[in-house]
Design a protein around this ligand. Structure first.
Ligand SMILES: Cc1cc2nc3c(=O)[nH]c(=O)nc-3n(C[C@H](O)[C@H](O)[C@H](O)COP(=O)(O)OP(=O)(O)OC[C@H]3O[C@@H](n4cnc5c(N)ncnc54)[C@H](O)[C@@H]3O)c2cc1C
Length: 465
């Protein structure tokens, strides 16, 4: 019996895709940089089915590529072409298993789309704070496997911090049920942490117990014009002092990014009357009523105007206006789709230095270079993208400039998108060899036959010694 037919016995024939047309969307990544073949695409509907599929693959030495919404930006969710592979789509595992309002938790399957998870929490009067522009497509399993960040990290932390327990199908097909809803559990190594951010290289996450938060009752959104990127860091510190953790998002946007959105999207408008070289999109939330929060934020911003930390600011007057401000931020990745892209982090205090040093070095080496800088500056995370598209031919030289300065400032070459295939080799130059050795040793323990998402995160070079 052909392998695909054996898998069809497990999940049903309709849930094994073999034709090129049906499989195509699962074989190319979101940025269309990676594309390869798979024996088939398999869509199990339960943890037991995932385990049976993995068991069949392990027996045949076929590799398993877990896939959620396929919105990952490092080529982790598509086959790497290193051997016989299947794509394991979690899309049909999309049930909310339980919401425990008193425990402030929800138990969710990996294939739930992030916006549906947020909606289910909201329907129960709670907040699931993980939020990113791809939330209408990305899935919880993908979010946890990439340890996704997004716009609310400042107040609530990354995906990892939202997780109390997980259920995983291991590469040998055993199921680890770690679905505990405990905030305290000091019973040895915290194994779930190994699977969070592992990009599917250690096992398939099938479900998770997520931490919920009280739903803020007041929200206000500000668009702020600045004369220098360094002002954003000053502003962050000042707002932190005056509004504390009411500040939930703090996004830096360069004028060039705004300009790109205004040109590509005719429905967008410049929120301020005059242009500024830099902007911050900030969101504040709290219990209580909107009016009290707005008064507090206005007072904080006025103090910043007096100190010349900011040049101009506008507060959204309605939910629709707030949405329009956020739409500008969310449209940036698409507005300058082609270019040499980076997702870096440095200590927040070094953000402005990073922008200055990289800008100066790029101008020197590539006078035509045009940086598009935006990101979650409250987390020290910048998406530092460099156009024009012609510069893609110099990608390695541009990367070298950016990554050398990241290293000099004590930063990371992947703040929130992971390594996937994109940074698998680069990380060999950028991470402590001891850490890389420990990572390779963990892979050997969990997946000695290397069937789980091969060619991602860990370079083959780490296993040649
Ligand atoms: C417009 C846009 C905006 C974005 N904004 C952000 C942002 O602000 N912050 C951010 O962090 N990311 C962002 N991303 C990147 C992406 O959305 C996230 O990485 C997201 O978490 C990926 O989820 P996914 O379901 O699409 O995963 P996929 O792309 O399908 O997979 C990502 C990785 O996880 C693995 N994986 C998927 N599901 C499982 C599972 N169940 N078990 C084990 N491994 C699994 C895959 O093998 C792959 O290695 C953005 C992407 C786009 C397109």
């Amino acid at each position: 019996m052909r392998f695909a037919e054996r898998l069809a016995d497990i999940v049903g024939p309709a849930n094994v895709l073999t034709s090129p047309a049906d499989s195509a969307p699962y074989l190319t990544d979101w940025r269309r940089q990676y594309s390869s073949q798979a024996l088939c695409v398999v869509k199990p509907a339960s943890t037991a089915e995932v385990a049976s599929v993995v068991r069949a693959c392990a027996a045949e030495g076929v590799a398993v590529v877990p896939q959620g919404g396929n919105t990952g930006l490092c080529g982790g969710s598509v086959p790497s072409g290193l051997g016989r592979e299947i794509v394991l789509s979690l899309a049909r595992m999309n049930r909310i298993r339980e919401i425990d309002v008193l425990n402030q938790t929800m138990t969710v399957e990996a294939g739930c789309v992030l916006s549906a998870v947020r909606q289910a929490a909201s329907d129960a009067g709670r907040l699931f704070p993980l939020s990113l522009a791809a939330e209408g497509s990305c899935q919880l399993g993908g979010n946890l496997s990439t340890n996704a960040g997004g716009v609310n990290v400042l107040r609530y932390g990354m995906a990892r911090e939202q997780v109390l327990g997980i259920e995983v199908v291991l590469p040998d097909a055993r199921v680890w049920n770690g679905l505990r809803g405990l905030r305290k559990d000091n019973t040895g190594y915290d194994l779930k942490q190994l699977f969070l951010g592992a990009e599917g290289t250690l096992g398939v996450i099938t479900a998770a117990v997520l931490r919920l938060h009280p739903m803020p009752t007041a929200t206000t959104t500000a668009w702020i014009g600045l004369d220098a990127a360094s002002r954003a860091v000053e502003l962050l510190a000042l707002l932190g002092e005056s509004v504390g953790d009411r500040l939930s998002a703090f996004e830096l946007i360069s004028r060039d990014c705004l300009q790109a959105v205004l040109e590509k999207s005719p429905n967008s408008h410049d929120p301020l009357p005059a242009p500024h070289p830099w902007y911050v999109l900030a969101e504040f939330c709290d219990g209580g009523d909107d009016a009290s929060l707005v008064a507090r934020v206005e007072e904080a911003l006025s103090r910043c105007v007096e100190g010349s930390v900011l040049q101009d600011a506008v507060l959204a007057q309605s939910r629709a206006q707030a949405r329009a401000l956020w739409a500008i931020r969310e449209l940036i990745p698409e507005a300058q789709f082609t270019g040499v892209k980076h997702d870096i982090s440095v200590p927040i205090s070094k953000i402005a230095e990073f922008i200055e040093l990289v800008g100066a070095e790029l101008r020197l080496r590539f006078p035509q270079a045009k940086p598009y800088v935006f990101g979650h500056v409250g987390d020290g995370n910048l998406h530092y993208n460099v156009g024009p598209p012609g510069l893609l031919a110099e990608r390695e030289a541009v990367n070298a400039i950016v990554y050398e300065i990241v290293a000099k400032l004590g930063g990371s070459i992947s703040a929130e998108h992971g390594l996937g295939q994109l940074k698998r080799e680069e990380i060999l130059l950028r991470k402590d060899p001891l850490e890389l050795e420990l990572m390779a040793n963990l892979k050997r323990v969990f997946d000695p036959r290397q069937i789980m998402n091969p060619g991602k995160v860990l370079s083959a070079k780490l296993f040649q010694k």
